[in-house]
Every structure is written in C-alpha cells, then in structure tokens.
Design a protein. Sequence first.
Length: 277
Amino acid sequence: MASKSIQGSQELAKKIRSRRNELGFTIEEAAKRAGVGTKTWCRYEAGESIREDKYRGVCKALNWNYMQEESDEEQFNITECRKYEMWSDYIEENYGEIAAASLAIGSDLVFDYVKQDLEALSKMPRYSHIGQIEVSFLECILPQQFYVRYDYEFLYALYITIYKLRQQAKMNLEIVTHSVLEELAIYLMVQESEILMDISDLQLDGNWQDWVFDLFGDMDIVTCLYSNIYLTLYFSKYNCFPALSRSPPLKFILIFLLLLSDKVFTIFIKSSFVCIC
C-alpha cells in the first residue's frame, strides 16, 4: 500500500469519527495509535486533509487497509485480480477463483507491510522490533506472544518467504506449504484481503477464507498461534516437546526455534520426531 495524501471532506470526517466510535476509541486513544497529536486528530474529524506522512498511521488506528473514501470508489473484479503478481492458476484450479483472488490481493498488501517495516528497522539499532516502529501494520496481525521477537531478521525471513511464494505463483507452480512461516504468510495474505474482497464483485459466503485450511491440511495456524494458547517448550537431551495442556503439532516447534535469538539450532524433521543439534 503506497502512502498518499488524502483530501479532507465532511464525508471522510464522518467516516473517521464513525469508525473510531465503532472501535470504542476516545480521540486521545485514536490519536496515540495513529502517532499524531489530539488536536491533529480533531482536525481530521473536522474534515481537514490528512498529510502524506500521516496516512498510514490513521489507517492503522482505524484498522483500515485503505482509507475508506478510496475503498468506496474502487471495486475489484476477477479480471483485475488476474493481473496481480501472485495470481495462481494452481490455486484457482484446486481451490477456486475466490481463493486465488484473496491470495493475489492479500499478497500485495502483506508484502508491502513487510517491506515498509524492514525499511524502518534497518535504520534502528540491532534487535529492535516492530513494536518500536512508529507505525506498523504487522504489529496488529502477527501472533502476539512473540511480539518482541519480530526483529529485522525475522521480517527478512518473512520477506523471502513471500517473495518465493509470489515467484511460484507467477511461474504457475504448485503451491504447497512446508513450514510454519509459509503457512503464516499465506494466512496473513488471506486475512488482509478481506476488506478488498468485500468490495469486489465476487460472490462470497461466510466461509470463503476456509480454503487455506484445506491447503495446509489442518487449522494448526489458528489453534496454536491465534487461540490464546501460551506456547512453551520443554527441552531434554533426547526430545523436545511442548509443555502444554494441549500439545501443538511438532511443526510449531519451528516457530520457537526461529524466534530464539540467543541460540542457533539445526533442525531435522522426519516422520514423527524432531532432532535438534
């Protein structure tokens, strides 16, 4: 999503105020989330223009991918979706055109989020994380347990993962997930596509996003990372398993190993065991 200036209007002001009230934020809370002063936010709700460098912050505060005024003027159709870089004929053939459209639309959004946060972190001290960036869209959509682990190296790994998936789609290759990070990337793409899918001409039902679980073969991405489960690991000389009342699948050990910055692990996964060297 590219930054841009938004011309103020009474209609936009009304939508901003309505959205803030819908989310239950005070003016002070919304302004803080947007990284602007209270008086500045009041001017937005009075119909004044939003400066280019404040655009992303306002969208983030209101949980909008695009400024509402823009979304009302755009409508996506399947022909336009096919022009996106991550349009995948393989996904369309196996999961339908709605699945392919959501992946294509969401890929552009999430890829943009990652690139913007990488640029911001590259100018900050080592081990800085996305919570220290003034405005980050990823801050609200990545699993919250590992919030302070989302540093430059993690985002770069996510960037490369998305880049490879986009290349696979462009070359019309089979898209299969082999890692937690690939599942996370695709899950985020589909979730973030929702606002634009809702204004498309596609006929959506209430379960249109569920195709990703067929692709993954399970719902572990939600069960383990987005279901208020606290993941911990117990390490012994011979095994490594989650110390939970409900044990997550072994593949989710990978997310821990990826996020442990103080040790380096060599990971081999075969059949039903994990070997950590």
